[in-house]
Design a protein. Structure first.
Length: 354
């Protein structure tokens, strides 16, 4: 149709068709290649998460282990802080100085107070020191010295007597003074730990019991609350908390009549070694929170949470520790005598000077 003269040409909109995905392809080879690519894309499905991998399992196990350890640490600190300390007199008797990094001397006392699962509550009279042990702790090293309770000493202000009688005459403060004056050589006791025999078996039970190596058969007649006595074979014995306390307190062994208080001191150290071995066993990891809560409850000490935790760490990591029982010989009556040379040698070994 002809456009009238003088009329401008009409405006047109230009529409372009979409390029075909198959344009420019050669028949055959290129088309087959495209189909294969499109097929592979359809086969791919989106991932719905990373899945379980060894790395992720290790990560969550590590987080759980650290959380378990932190819980145990918190429970230990709380338990240590709420437990009662030692008397003011005992604190005043302690010597200043010393630390658990460079070296500190701790007096450990276990008295025969009439409480606890294996203590005869029918008995009366003042308590005496049933266990007297010195521990010298420094970073990564532990040394122990047991003093037999029948050793004859000069008790300050009271004259001669057995060393364990100092506790009955003046409590832990007089016991500290007596041990220091007896051993001499400028020995200074920096800290005090009193073991509570009532809670001690519960700590061992929290560990799941301990194994001790008895150097002889134990055939003890009745004592304390062991009305039938105590019978243990020579060698390894698995003990509950109550049995372990009885093993440490046996006074008379009919199967080894030649034993005296020095053998008793060795049994007490074997109980401590058994506790250390059990504490470091893998199974104790699962019991760690209850063990951490119970441990401070067995003690009365001037040491607070952080320092007490440092001592337990030293006991756990410082090896089995050099264990010594003060060398003593027969004295007057049932008393034991210790020479000045034996005392000096024992102190040198305890402090690491010899």
């Amino acid at each position: 149709m002809a456009r009238p003269p003088g009329q401008p040409p009409p405006e047109y909109k230009v529409y372009r068709s979409r390029r075909s995905p198959f344009s420019g392809l050669r028949p055959g080879k290129d088309l087959d290649s495209l189909r294969r690519r499109l097929g592979r894309r359809r086969d791919k499905t989106p991932r719905k998460g990373g899945g379980i991998t060894p790395g992720r399992v290790f990560k969550w196990v590590a987080i759980a282990a650290v959380t378990w350890l932190l819980l145990s640490l918190v429970l230990f600190m709380i338990s240590a802080q709420i437990e009662g300390g030692v008397s003011d007199e005992a604190e005043e008797a302690l010597s200043g100085g010393g630390n658990l990094f460079f070296g500190s001397t701790i007096l450990v006392l276990g008295s025969d107070q009439r409480t606890g699962a294996s203590i005869d509550k029918s008995q009366s009279g003042p308590a005496r020191a049933d266990t007297i042990m010195l521990i010298h702790a420094s970073f990564g090293r532990i040394r122990k010295l047991s003093i037999p309770r029948d050793v004859e000493v000069q008790i300050p202000g009271h004259g001669p007597g057995k060393i364990n009688a100092a506790y009955a005459l003046g409590g832990p403060s007089l016991q500290i003074q007596t041990v220091e004056s007896f051993l001499g050589k400028d020995l200074k006791i920096n800290h005090l730990i009193e073991v509570d025999f009532e809670d001690f078996p519960e700590l061992i039970d929290a560990l799941g019991g301990i194994t001790v190596d008895s150097k002889s058969r134990v055939c003890s007649p009745p004592f304390d609350n062991f009305w039938k006595g105590l019978r243990l074979k020579k060698g390894e014995n698995d003990l509950t908390g109550r049995q372990a306390l009885g093993f440490a307190r046996v006074r008379k062994n009919d199967c080894a009549p030649g034993e005296d208080d020095r053998d008793r001191a060795e049994r007490q150290q074997e109980v401590l070694s058994g506790m250390r071995r059990k504490a470091l066993s893998p199974g104790t990891f699962f019991r760690l929170p209850i063990v951490s809560w119970r441990a401070p409850k067995t003690l009365k000490t001037d040491m607070r949470g952080p320092s007490l935790m440092a001592l337990f760490a030293d006991l756990a990591t410082g090896g089995t520790g050099d264990t010594e029982v003060l060398e003593a010989g027969p004295g007057v009556g049932s008393n034991l005598f210790v020479s000045d040379a034996a005392k000096a040698d024992a102190v040198r070994k305890l402090t690491g000077e010899g």
